[in-house]
Design a protein around this ligand. Structure first.
Ligand SMILES: C[S@@+](CC[C@H](N)C(=O)[O-])C[C@H]1O[C@@H](n2cnc3c(N)ncnc32)[C@H](O)[C@@H]1O
Length: 299
């Protein structure tokens, strides 16, 4: 361990920042443990990332080195430190209307199809269930809700529509539940949609906070769920969004995961995956529809 001396900008008291060494062996052990716990693969050259993201926590808890911190994580019976560790290592980047082709597909193809498919002779509207399976700080499920409410009168006027939004990280789920975003985050929402579904409140510092309206917020149940675990949800789901998370998983893990998705999807339902992810080379029963869009068809 070395101590690096840093002066504060005001040239006030000297801060001591401990620069801990992460050995290859410790890195390997942490990476294998994280892979088993979450499916996240940190093994390919992510040593610096692991070190940088954990060092603050180790210093905060005043552990001597990575080894003793790791021992603490693996013996902490509450499981809280494991949650913290996975929170620190997961990449949570997301945005409203990210990969817009999925939302266009929803409004132009999926929603009209759903109406036809479920139109019953004696009346009664369709039921819609959507799962955002790695929802991060909420931009994805809120976007889904906005698209449905904007395009479909039946659901906008109280039709049976719910979104389940899950993530491994409690940190991002807390942001999602709050449903408040800064001006930078809402730039990708068109002005009409923004006006319909978010309330702008000026802050004391002259900035603004945009809050999701209750009409949208109340459609979504946010839950912590690890995609490695057996599904506690029965479904059936009409749509599953699992975007930009499988990229961190190995092929075997992805194979197991899409099998679970297939089971819980309604026949005719769709699975959306991220733009740099693919199911090619995996054995599955989905029908390929378009890049990053797969469908469960009747057998
Ligand atoms: C890059 S974000 C993607 C967010 C959103 N789906 C999108 O495309 O914008 C990846 C999310 O996956 C979550 N994640 C990683 N491993 C997970 C696991 N095993 N189970 C559930 N969520 C996981 C992370 O916490 C993170 O919030």
């Amino acid at each position: 361990m070395s101590l690096e001396h840093r002066h504060s900008p005001s040239d006030g008291p000297v801060n001591l920042v401990r620069q801990l060494e992460l050995t290859d062996r410790e890195y390997q052990t942490i990476a294998e443990f994280v892979h088993k716990a979450s499916g996240i693969n940190l093994l390919d050259g992510k040593k610096e990332l692991v070190r940088a993201r954990l060092i603050k926590r180790i210093n905060q808890l005043e552990f001597r080195d990575f080894k003793s911190y790791f021992r603490f994580v693996t013996t902490d019976a509450s499981g809280d430190e494991l949650v913290f560790l996975l929170d620190a290592l997961a990449t949570n980047l997301t945005s409203f209307f990210r990969e817009p082709q999925h939302f266009e597909f929803m409004s132009k193809t999926f929603l009209p199809e759903l109406e036809k498919r479920r139109r019953r002779p004696g009346g009664g509207g369709p039921r819609l269930r959507i799962w955002s399976a790695a929802c991060s700080s909420g931009e994805e499920p809120y976007t889904i809700a906005m698209v449905v409410m904007e395009k479909n009168h039946y659901f906008a006027s109280g039709g049976d529509f719910r979104i389940l939004a899950t993530d491994l990280s409690t940190k991002v789920l807390n942001i999602a539940k709050k449903g408040q975003y800064g001006p930078e985050s809402v730039k990708s929402i068109n002005p009409t949609t923004l006006k319909s579904f978010m309330v702008k409140t000026p802050t004391e510092r002259g900035h603004a906070i945009y809050a999701i309206v209750p009409q949208i917020r109340n459609l979504i149940s946010f839950r912590r769920f690890n995609l490695m675990d057996p599904l506690p949800y029965k479904g059936p789901m009409d749509l599953i969004f699992c975007r930009n998370v499988m990229i961190y998983f190995d092929r075997e893990t992805i194979g197991r995961l899409i099998e679970k998705f297939y089971k819980i999807l309604e026949v005719g339902g769709y699975l959306f995956i991220g733009h740099s992810e693919s199911l090619s080379g995996l054995s599955h029963d989905f029908q390929y529809v378009a890049p990053c869009i797969y469908r469960k068809v009747a057998k």
